[in-house]
Design a protein around this ligand. Structure first.
Ligand code: GDP
Ligand code: ADP
Length: 364
């Protein structure tokens, strides 16, 4: 991996004027990538909300403001920048907390190149340096309707260049807005069975009467893009992955109650009554296995969505509102159990943290 030093901000105390007439405060770094100079910092400093980016194109002599994807670092009281691999810039933010000081700005990665085509503009993408189990793939399981897809979408939206979704194969029919190749590879059962026979799948399982599986190609596609892989698979699939292959972070998402799960499934409106009943029947066994098996490292209760998302980010080393060790959690059967309470619910058990059910697991 090649490295090239960029300017350090403090060398620019007297400031300069950009093509947009923005007066520098000396908080910028300038990093050359090919014909372009990426000026990071400065422009948005007055708003104190995010670090600004401008690009000087030496071939045209023009300044460009790019489309900026991903969540940006908030502070800009000085940083340093180092070009990595000729396609991303590592930013080290001065005066930030340990889990908020390293960021990456993708400027010419495959992801950014694709996005440039879609947007028709210059594009850069932020991602946050992570701590802890940073590179491990993330396996997310939980009963139908618990919010797995919602949480994964939130992650992918906030960290577009960091996570890549492992697109599974399934024999179930597509739902309204689902796209082939994006949400699933929708496939015929005989084709999938044949591919399974030929060793093309890392794992597969029959779930709610349909076949689902993770192809080796799906995992490789994410790995090739240099992103962290997220798998949304059922408990059986998680068990196979744990047993056979991946050193991953295994997270089980639990509903606050069966009644709430049923309400979410019905409100989603994507299943027939018969399918809903089947999913609810299966949910009980899935929850039992999720909580009691040795598969999962973490059980995350998805009661309040925002809190659950914060906790998920925390688990993945992406920050969040408060360190996980300050949250209501307990360790049971070697699993961290994290409760994401609905604030407006005032029942006693919730206010006082946890109750244990007969399996020794936490119930909300
Ligand atoms: N084993 C396995 N399970 C999968 C795979 N893809 C999806 N699933 C699981 O299949 C179940 C049904 O998924 P889906 O039909 O999308 O319904 P939903 O859970 O209600 O959104 C969920 O538990 C998914 O986690 C896969 O590749 N392998
Ligand atoms: N914490 C939550 N509170 C209320 N509704 C939620 C919450 N999390 C998800 N939902 C909703 O529940 C429904 C099912 O979520 P979804 O992500 O499709 O579940 P899954 O992928 O696990 O089947 C969706 O309509 C979603 O908007």
């Amino acid at each position: 991996m090649g490295e090239a030093p960029a300017f350090f901000v403090d060398n620019l105390q007297n400031g300069f004027s950009t093509g947009f007439g923005l007066k520098s405060k000396g908080f910028e770094t300038f990093t050359d990538v090919g014909d372009k100079t990426f000026v990071i910092g400065g422009a948005n400093c007055d708003s104190a909300s995010s670090v600004g980016i401008q690009i000087y194109d030496k071939s045209t002599g023009k300044w460009v403001i790019p489309t900026v994807l991903g969540t940006k670092p908030k502070t800009c009281k000085g940083h340093s920048a180092i070009l990595l691999n000729e396609d991303r810039i590592m930013i080290s933010i001065r005066g930030s907390t340990l889990d908020d000081c390293i960021w990456f700005l993708e400027v010419d990665t495959e992801y950014v190149k694709e996005q440039k085509k879609d947007f028709g503009t210059e594009v850069v993408a932020w991602s946050k340096g992570v701590t802890g189990e940073a590179e491990k793939p993330v396996v997310i399981s939980g009963p139908s309707g618990v919010g797995k897809g919602t949480l994964i979408n939130m992650l992918m939206k906030e960290f577009p260049s960091m996570f890549g979704f492992s697109v599974s194969h399934t024999t179930r029919a597509p739902r309204g807005l689902e796209k082939n190749g994006v949400h699933y590879h929708f496939t015929e059962r005989n084709v999938m069975e044949n591919d399974i026979k030929h060793g093309k799948f890392l794992e597969f399982a029959s779930v709610h009467g349909n076949l689902y599986g993770t192809s080796i190609e799906a995992i490789e596609a994410v790995a090739d893009s240099g992103k962290r892989c997220i798998l949304d698979i059922d408990v059986q699939g998680a068990r196979s992955v744990r047993a056979n292959y991946l050193d991953a972070v295994f997270i089980f998402i639990c509903p606050p109650s069966m009644r709430e799960l049923e309400e979410r499934l019905r409100a989603r409106g994507t299943e027939t009554e018969e399918q809903i009943l089947k999913r609810l029947r299966n949910a009980e066994a899935e929850i039992e296995q999720g909580k009691s098996s040795g598969i999962f490292d973490y059980i995350l209760y998805n009661d309040n969505l925002e809190e659950c998302y914060e906790n998920l980010m925390e688990l993945l080393g992406l920050g969040g509102s408060a360190p996980i060790n300050q949250k209501p959690l307990s360790k049971i059967n070697n699993k961290m159990v994290i409760n994401c309470e609905t604030k407006e619910v005032g029942n006693e058990a919730k206010n006082f943290g946890f109750m244990q059910d007969h399996t020794g697991c936490v119930v909300a």
